[in-house]
Design a protein around this ligand. Structure first.
Ligand code: APR
Ligand code: MG
Length: 218
């Protein structure tokens, strides 16, 4: 097991059914040259989705042995949830960004979940194609209620990422997001620390994650 309690792809694959089930989700992002209000640089566009259960998560889902591989299962899920814009997507083992065994909510009775995350950088046009095709996805309006871009900025009044972090997230999605923001430097370390501290201080905060960036080495 590596740092941050994550398993590599090979380690995770040793956790077999029927004791374990596997879910694969994808964090897709692209550089973004836009400026909010003409002045706040956005730097990156990063996709999450609003799910049928009212929570935020990454596109993807349960995979099984009939899929042939974790990545083939993930691509099947991405086509269902993202639609035609995901047709040309390639996701391979090299994009595996760690697996979390036995997360707190166990979606299938009697089985423990291994949650894999894949992280993939896209060209801005590819990300735009996915957004444009999302309403034509088979799962649109059913299991997936819409794609969203995560606000990665923190504005002068503390809104933006700190507010976003107070939403409800499915499974380990919030940890997966924070981990990736930190590791890929999508949000500079000091800004991420500030966003987390504002999120914790908010009167609406449901955040109990004292050690949000604990072990991530900022
Ligand atoms: N994003 C989404 N889900 C995650 C994440 C993440 N980053 N990390 C872990 N999970 C866990 C959740 O607990 C979730 O229930 O993985 C589980 C499976 O992922 P889904 O995307 O919900 O699975 P999917 O195959 O798309 O099926 C959708 O249909 O069978 C029902 O209730 C079942 O939630 C399932 C739904
Ligand atoms: Mg899903």
């Amino acid at each position: 097991m590596g740092d941050r309690g994550l398993l590599s792809r090979a380690e995770a694959l040793r956790l077999e059914p029927p004791t374990w089930c596997h879910a694969c989700h994808a964090l897709l992002y692209a550089p973004c040259s836009g400026r909010l209000f003409g002045r706040v640089p956005l730097r990156f566009a990063l996709l999450m989705q609003l799910r049928f259960d009212g929570r935020l998560g990454f596109p993807g889902g349960f995979v099984d042995l009939r899929d042939g591989s974790l990545e083939a299962g993930l691509l099947r899920e991405l086509l269902e949830e993202l639609g035609p814009g995901a047709t040309g997507l390639e996701v391979g083992p090299e994009e595996h960004a760690g697996a979390r065994p036995g997360s707190s909510d166990e979606p299938r009775p009697g089985q423990r979940l291994v949650a894999h995350l894949y992280v993939k950088q896209l060209q801005p046009e590819q990300l735009r194609d996915i957004e444009e095709g999302a309403a034509r996805a088979p799962d649109h309006g059913l299991e997936v209620l819409g794609l969203v871009r995560v606000p990665l900025h923190t504005l002068w009044d503390g809104s933006g990422l700190p507010e976003f972090l107070q939403q409800r997230f499915v499974g380990s999605a919030r940890d997966q997001l924070l981990d990736a923001l930190h590791r890929l430097n999508l949000v500079p370390g000091h800004e991420l620390e500030r966003a987390l501290s504002l999120a914790r201080r908010s009167p609406n905060s449901q955040c109990h994650q004292e050690g949000d960036l604990g072990g991530r080495g900022t």
